[in-house]
Design a binder for this molecule. Structure first.
Ligand code: ADP
Length: 172
């Protein structure tokens, strides 16, 4: 059974133990999916984030989910695309792996991700999708505790890119 699935939707509506926030390094809120998560979670999320002291790109920090259906939010700043020679690929893979490690450490069985870095951070979509699917797939190969990892794509273009990446990794 495939433990990695793709859906089109809104990550703030996901029933999962943890949802991932494509944050910035301040962890103090922003636009895009970050803004949507803070609006849906309510002001207590920002209060908790203010005590975290930010987060380096490629790493992850966990908070409660407050008014969200998800129990936890895992905040990870993705890399800003600077042309590909600034460790963007490794940093993006590290976002996914760091979030999954933190989820497992906190007993999560289900995790939902947005498409990290492909919005205002302008990471090329096909390249980001291949890295995301590859990193999650590799993690699941060594982990026996996660039951379901879902990538929540906000639009059809994003969903198509992740579908293509998943069929490539599924073929081996
Ligand atoms: P980044 O700064 O990491 O590029 P963005 O929030 O700008 O993050 O965009 C990342 C992805 O999240 C984009 O594909 C964007 O369309 C998508 N997105 C925006 N709002 C939501 C949402 N509510 N649920 C899921 N994905 C969303």
């Amino acid at each position: 059974m495939m433990r990695l699935e793709l859906v089109r939707g809104d990550i703030t509506k996901q029933c999962a133990d943890a949802i991932v926030n494509a944050a910035n390094t301040s962890l103090l809120g922003g636009g895009g999916v970050d803004g949507a998560i803070h609006r849906a979670a309510g002001p207590k999320l920002l209060e908790e984030c203010q005590d975290l002291g930010g987060c380096p790109t490629g790493e992850a920090k966990l908070t409660r989910g407050y008014n969200l259906p998800a129990k936890f939010v895992i905040h990870t700043p993705g890399p800003i695309w600077r042309g590909g020679a600034s460790h963007e690929d490794e940093l993006l893979a590290s976002c996914y792996t760091s979030c999954l490690s933190l989820a497992v450490e906190n007993g999560c069985k289900t995790v939902a991700f947005p498409s990290i870095s492909t919005g205002v951070y302008h990471f090329p979509l096909d390249r980001a999708a291949a890295i995301a699917v590859g990193a999650i797939w590799s993690f699941l190969e060594t982990d026996g505790t996660l039951e379901r990892v879902r990538i929540v794509c906000f639009d059809d273009t994003t969903l198509a890119a992740y579908n293509k990446a998943l069929s490539a990794v599924g073929r081996g």
